[in-house]
Each structure stands twice: as structure tokens, then as C-alpha cells.
Design a protein around this ligand. Sequence first.
Ligand code: UDX
Length: 607
Amino acid sequence: VPPVRNICCVGAGYVGGPTAAVIAFQNPHIRVTVVDRDEKRIRRWNSRHPPIYEPGLNDILRVARDGSRECVFPNQPSTQPEAGEDGASDSSISSDCGSQSDDGSRGPITIPARQPNLFFTTEVAKCISEADIVLVAVNTPTKYRGAGAGSATDMTAFEAVTAVVAQHARPGAIIVEKSTVPVRTADFVQETLALHRPNTPFTVLSNPEFLAAGTAIQDLLTVDRILIGSSPTPAGLAAAAALASVYASWVPRSRILTTNVFSSELAKLVANSMLAQRISSINSIAAVCEATGADVDEVARAIGADPRIGPKFLKAGIGFGGSCFKKDVLSLAYLAESLRLPEVADYWRAVIGMNEFARDRFAARVVRCLNNTLVGKKLAVLGYAFKKDTNDTRESPAVDIIRSLLEEGPREVAVFDPCCVPEMMREEIGRFLGAEVLSGNGGCVVVYGDAYEACSGADALLITTEFDEFKNTPVGGDGVEKKKVVKKVVVDPRPFKGSEGPTESELLALHNALRAQVEGGDEDPLGRFNAMPSCDAGCMDCQLEKTTGAAGYGASQQHVSKGRLDWSRIHGQMRRPHWVFDGRRVLDIEVMEKMGFRVESVGRQGR
Ligand code: UDX
């Protein structure tokens, strides 16, 4: 097995950044460089506030990128406390790191003083030329025009990077597909390499990434499996063994699976497609439950007890969102079509169809319950992100729901999200639904930074994201959860008065000031603040993250929770008969009904 001393990861995005960081963290003897041609993104990776927010990421960077003095991370249970249970810091690494044993548990670890071995730079060609292993982790979205538009994978960025790698990689280098790519891409990579550098030996591997947004570091440190696909030649097998040795620093060998290269490429698409299919399956049953009196959560519990089915990913709701599921299901369907397997393509497309049905059905139910007219009514949409504890709004079901509500001519659609910044939500809604739908432009969509303002005077509330903040838990008989901090403030509060961190209005003021500077042609504030010596003490760019980082990819999330909603306060502000439509099954319906709400939940018959 060739020794690995130098790894270059091309692409400093959601997959490349955290993956490279964890590889470097676990392999102090390997120099890991992350390259990206986007200077701003690299500058942010080199600052105290990386362009993405993931719990634990900053601690990993502190050790691998910055070098650390000796430190001990104490032994802690491997399961994370439920958010809000004890106000645990979500940037704590203490329960996250260390070698993983076969049963997934981790012990205390001592990190000896060490030199930095993780670097972020724009010197793409140089770093590729020095690497034993080149990881290609660039964006592969769905094509939006031309052949296969709407289904096929857009390989523009991947192809461009492959050409650069082909020009600069050193002979014998191992080229690894980290991005999600169509099956047989490895052939294309091999051909590109041969075209640019005939007679130079290179090996191509597939090593897809299975991390989920919001748990990236946890997923990487305690992986279910590492998948490495290679050609069955001696060179292919040796390359796979070399890459396996990198992961073996912390992953038990039994969890490192090797397959042929095309199986590995396909497995990534299939994993996401099967997860999406599971959600669509339970959502189809939710529709049956609503019409019959069965309860979808009870059905899910009953079937999930069968170990062949298992309990996870059976939460019915208004459908899946996010950047991966729809894209990968469509890519699989497109593959089937290209292979002249229309029956297979139809089968997978039905998963997307069922997902859209879940959203449409929910919106239709709201309209039906409100006497088939929304004219003159105010509806509050609670949750704009595609899942809880993130400000990622890509493919969020909430947008489609808002679109359906608007068709009925309501007086107001109020939107609130505990993680997303109002300004950014407005921008996005304007982009997706047209600027004219927004208040201020003659429209009726109003985005709020405060849940109670959003709900005030509402005829109905719609819960569209499963945030813990929206839960109601009976406490002391009155059905109202005491306010508590679900997550610690991640932003550094020092530049602001008070101990709770910046208020929404302080953040907005800062945002507006920074925006004015940018629009006034002033220097890029991020660069400036990163370069400012006071940044280390004051974290100005961190505040900027909170104010600008709403729109998904590359955005950083600083979740300042104000605790769970006070439902009795909301009840007092709403109009009769206090309709609540729970699209994510987060509410205890009995408690809500005792308080006087009229609740309709996905997967449960209406009363
Ligand atoms: C997913 C995969 O989980 C991950 O392995 C892959 O690498 C990338 O895609 P992610 O998109 O970050 O990760 O989110 P995930 O937690 O899987 O949720 C996706 C969507 O499904 C969310 O909108 C969520 O609300 C929804 N969902 C999930 C359900 O509606 N019901 C469920 O039971 C689970």
C-alpha cells in the first residue's frame, strides 16, 4: 500500500470542508490542503468563522488548522443530549471525537500539542501537484437547461476540475470522486486523465459522502460505513487500500466497505433515493390515515418495531426538502431513462410525485377547513428551513405551501423561522414567488423576526418545519413549557451589551450598516473584518454571519433560540376558532385542544 502523506481536497463546500477537516484531525501525520478558486470562501475558512455552520466544526479546526496545545476531551456518552435538555453547547466536541470502537462508543482522548496540518488555499494547481490523493468534492446540482434539464446531473464544475487535476496531478496520484456523480463517471475521469497525460499512471476511486446537514461532524466521526469503490486491478485495489488506511485512523476496519467503482457511485444515489422513498411511503399512508381514523405516528411505531423495517425515517409530514433527495432521485430516474428502463424511471419519479402530493394535500386541507376561502384571513407559516436547526432553505416545502395559500387571496401570509434571518427570507420568497408577493410591494407576504407578531391576529397557524421551538410540552399543568435556551448562543456576545448575545434589532442594525458599506462600493466587509486584529476579540464577522447567512449553501448558521413558544400567549392573540395545522407532527394534540386550539395534523383524521 503506497504511503499517504499529502491529500488535496478540491472544493471547500459543504462536503469538502468538513470531510477534509476530520481527515486532518484524525491523521496528524498527513498534510491536508483544501483548495477552491473562490477567494472569499477560502478567506472565510481561514478565519475564525468558516462559511458553513456545523456543530463541532470549530473545535476540529482549532486542533487541525490552528494547531493546539495539549488538551483532553473528557469521556462523555456517545449520544448527544437532546437539544434543549441541558442547554449543552452545540459547538462542544467533547462528545464527538476520539477513535470509534466497533459498537460506536468513544472514550476520552488526549490531543497532544501538535502542528497545524490542515490548510485552506486558492493555490489549486500547486496543491494538486503535491498530493498523493486528490479528493474531488465540487457541486453537482441538477441541470436546469439543455438535454436532461430538470433531472440529469450538471457536471460542469466536476468536468472543469477533472481537467485541472489531469493537468497537474503527479504520476501515480489517486483521484477520488467525493461528489455525488452519475454511474460510470469514473470512466470519464480516467479518459480525461489519459487525454491530458497519455501514458501516465493514475487511479480513480469512488468514495461518496453520506453526511447530513447539521450533523456533519458527528456523522464523519462516528460513521456507519465508509464506501470505497475501485477497479479490480492490482493498482485499483492498492489505491483503495491506501485510502482505507486514511480512514482506518478512526474508523473500524469492519465499517470500511470496498466495492467495484460503479457500485459505489450508484450506491450513493440509491441511499438517498431509498431514504426519500421511505418518507414518501409513510406520507402516502398519512393520506390513508387522514381518511380512515388510523394515526400515522401509531402506524409508524407499529411497523418500525419490526427490525426488518426499523423505526427511523418514518416521520410523516409535508414532504422532504433539502439539496440532495430530490436531486438524487431525479438523477436515478434519468439514469434509468437513459438505460431505456422507463418502468424503473417511473417508479422513482413517483417518489417525487408523492412528495409533491404531501405538500398539496396539506395546503388543500387548510383551505378546506377554512370554509374554502382565505379571502380576508391571516395565516401564519411557522418554519421556513427544510429541516430543524438549520437555516438551509433549499427545496424547502414551505415555499410551495406559501405559493398555494397565495392562490386563495388571503389578507396576509405571515412567515416566521427561528433560524433564518427575515431579510434573507424576504429575498428568497421574492426570488421564488416574485417580488410583488411581498408586503411593501403591494403583496401580502410579511416576514417576521418574532413568532408572536407573526401569530398575532391570525386565523390559522401552519407548522412547516419540525423545530423544537414549536413543540408544546405540558409543564405544571398549564400546558406551557417554561422558556429555556435550546442551544447556547454561538456568537460571541462581547461586542454587544448584555449577557444573552445580540438582539435581533442589533443584528439588523449591523446588517444594514454592512450592507450600506457594500452597496456604497466600500471594501468587502468580510475581508475587512477577517483581517481586523479586533476580529479575534470581537468577532464582527460572526455577527455578519447571523445577518447574512440565511440562504442555504455556504451560509453559516448561528442559532440563537428564544426557547419554546408560549402557546397560551399565542392562543390569546389568535382569532377564533384558533386553527393550528401541524404539518410536522410536533404538537401534543390533547394539550393543545385543552387550551382551546383546533388542531389538524398530518396523518390524523380531522375532528
Ligand atoms: C440527506 C441524507 O440524510 C444524507 O445521508 C445525505 O448525504 C444528504 O441528504 P439532509 O438533506 O441533510 O441529508 O437531511 P435529512 O435529515 O436526511 O432530511 C431530509 C428531509 O427529509 C427533511 O426535509 C426532513 O424534514 C425530511 N424528513 C426526514 C421527513 O419528512 N421524515 C423523516 O422521517 C425524516
